[in-house]
Design a protein around this ligand. Structure first.
Ligand code: PEP
Length: 255
């Protein structure tokens, strides 16, 4: 049984004081819910504040939205894996489509970052997903296979168990267009099949695969009830503590 994992990708939003207001309201809304693992992904500058506010909680972790692969060096403006560990960060988003498109991140670069994450005991949230043009050309499987195999090259099964894969169709990110539950489930089942090929059946069964792309309180329950959808990576709707709390609550099993 895979524990669902729902993450708030704040992107380039939230000052320290805005983060504090968010966390205060979110904790009140969420109560003592512990069936879901929650990850908050603030901008680097708000990580210490959010970590401090979450010290009393068990199931809410803090993550980063990116990092460099080197431990240190002349890389002006970059943040290294040990720097994130120093801030008690547990997860790191790697290969987000915005970084692939706007910051020229290739699968090779993402792979370096993924392997650097394991070295520092950071858990990657590895993003993969096709553009609208690729979907229309019938290339979803080809794109997912290339991105997943490239980003996870030379990764061992025990490392894969520390990894969360986020399937994020690029055409659904920030557009208000969500994949239907069937479209998302089909892609997730394919990603799990790729994970079997990359590692083995038992490992692939344990890896959690999140869906991302315009997840909102209104569509979360249907998406999160699909057999291979093990959580959500939420952008826009995660900026409102009440919306994000509703999305998390939608992931709680009914029985
Ligand atoms: C994201 O940025 O990962 C994302 C899924 O954004 P949104 O929920 O706004 O589509």
């Amino acid at each position: 049984m895979r524990k669902k994992i729902i993450a708030a990708n704040w992107k380039m939003h939230m000052t320290q004081s805005e983060s504090e207001a968010f966390i205060t309201t979110f904790l009140r809304e969420i109560g003592d819910l512990d069936e879901i693992e929650i990850v908050i992904l603030p901008p680097f500058t708000a990580i210490p504040k959010v970590t401090e506010l979450l010290t009393q909680t068990q199931n809410i972790k803090v993550g980063a939205q990116n990092m460099h692969w080197e431990r240190s060096g002349a890389f002006t403006g970059e943040i290294s894996p040990p720097m994130l560990r120093d801030l008690f960060v547990r997860y790191v988003v790697l290969g987000h489509s915005e970084r692939r498109a706007m910051f020229c991140e290739t699968d090779e670069i993402v792979n370096r970052k993924v392997r650097a994450a394991y070295e520092q005991n950071l858990r990657p949230i590895l993003c993969v997903g096709e553009t609208l043009a690729e979907r229309e050309r019938g290339e979803v499987e080809k794109v997912l296979s290339t991105q997943l195999r490239g980003s996870l090259a030379n990764v061992e099964a025990r490392e894969l168990l520390e990894t969360v894969v986020a399937y994020e169709p690029v055409w659904a990110i920030g557009t208000g267009k969500t994949a239907t539950a069937d479209q998302a489930q089909e892609a997730h089942a394919f990603v799990r099949q790729l994970l079997r090929e990359i590692s083995d059946d038992a490992t692939a069964e344990k890896v959690r695969i999140q869906y991302g792309g315009s997840v909102k309180p209104e569509n979360a329950r249907q998406l999160l009830s699909q057999p291979d959808i093990d959580g959500a990576l939420v952008g826009g709707a995660s900026l409102d503590p009440r919306s994000f709390a509703q999305i998390v609550q939608a992931g709680v099993p009914n029985d």
